[in-house]
Ligand binder design. Structure first.
Ligand code: PEP
Length: 256
């Protein structure tokens, strides 16, 4: 049984005060919603303040990245223990911006995924093809390679703990959304990969989110697809009103 989930990736936006204002707006707008898991992923600098505000709200806190070591001489990095200490339950790993601008490889993301699990954090692991890969017909091959690389050596039990986000790079921050059919085709493919790695029972339990220019106007069409369990939202989560509308847009869909 898969409960819908909407996660907001705030990226490198919002000062502490702005973050607190945004989370207060979200809290006020979603307090009556219980049929969708809501996750907010502010920048590291706002995690502590947002965490206090989320106390008792039922909204989950996530980080946007982390190092794989517990602690050490890694200037500028943040460890799993540190984000856990601030109240994070989730962590986004392998976002395409981390891959593109910070050189993150499947091998590195695999280390982070294992570390997240070791510290009881739930990784939201991102995969997705570029425009060139889609146009050349290799989108599935790219996603399959990312899947195998990032989930290398993981056991079936560990798989049950993930959330996967399919985020076609060409749809992130561009205003271009994958059509509901394109999203469904890739989500079904990913669920099949999980099933082959584990079994049908486990693959039927894992939530696969769609990410890429999700907005209030397109969420219901995407959510109507049988293998889409929610959204990872960038731009549209930076305004309380649109994030709340996206969450409300999942409500015709109960658990899949
Ligand atoms: C993202 O950053 O994960 C994302 C999907 O961004 P946007 O919604 O702005 O395309």
């Amino acid at each position: 049984m898969r409960k819908p989930m909407i996660a907001g990736n705030w990226k490198m936006y919002k000062t502490t005060q702005e973050a607190m204002n945004l989370v207060n707006t979200i809290k006020a707008g979603v307090h009556a919603i219980s049929d969708c898991d809501i996750v907010v992923c502010p920048p590291f600098t706002a995690l502590s303040n947002v965490s206090h505000l989320l106390n008792g709200s039922g909204i989950y806190l996530g980080a946007q990245n982390m190092h794989f070591e517990r602690e050490g001489a890694f200037t500028g990095e943040i460890s799993p223990v540190m984000i856990k200490d601030l109240g994070c339950r989730y962590v986004i790993l392998g976002h395409s911006e981390r891959r593109q601008y910070f050189g993150e490889t499947d091998e590195l993301i695999n280390k982070k995924v294992k570390a997240a699990l070791a510290y009881s954090l739930i990784p939201i692991v991102c995969v997705g093809e570029t425009l060139a890969e889609r146009e050349s017909g290799s989108a599935k091959e790219t996603v399959r390679k990312q899947f195998e690389g990032t989930f290398k050596d993981l056991t079936s039990d560990q798989f049950e703990k993930f959330v996967i986000a399919y985020e076609p790079v060409w749809a992130i921050g561009t205003g271009k959304t994958a059509s509901p059919e394109q999203a469904q085709e890739m989500h079904e493919f990913i669920r099949d990969l999980i099933s082959k790695r584990t079994n049908k029972d486990i693959s039927s339990k894992i939530r696969i989110l769609y990410g890429g220019s999700v907005k209030p106007e397109n969420i219901s069409g995407i959510m109507a697809q049988p293998d889409v369990d929610g959204g990872l939202v960038g731009g549209a989560c930076l305004k309380g009103e649109s994030f709340i509308q996206i969450i409300q847009g999942t409500s015709p869909v109960k658990t899949k």
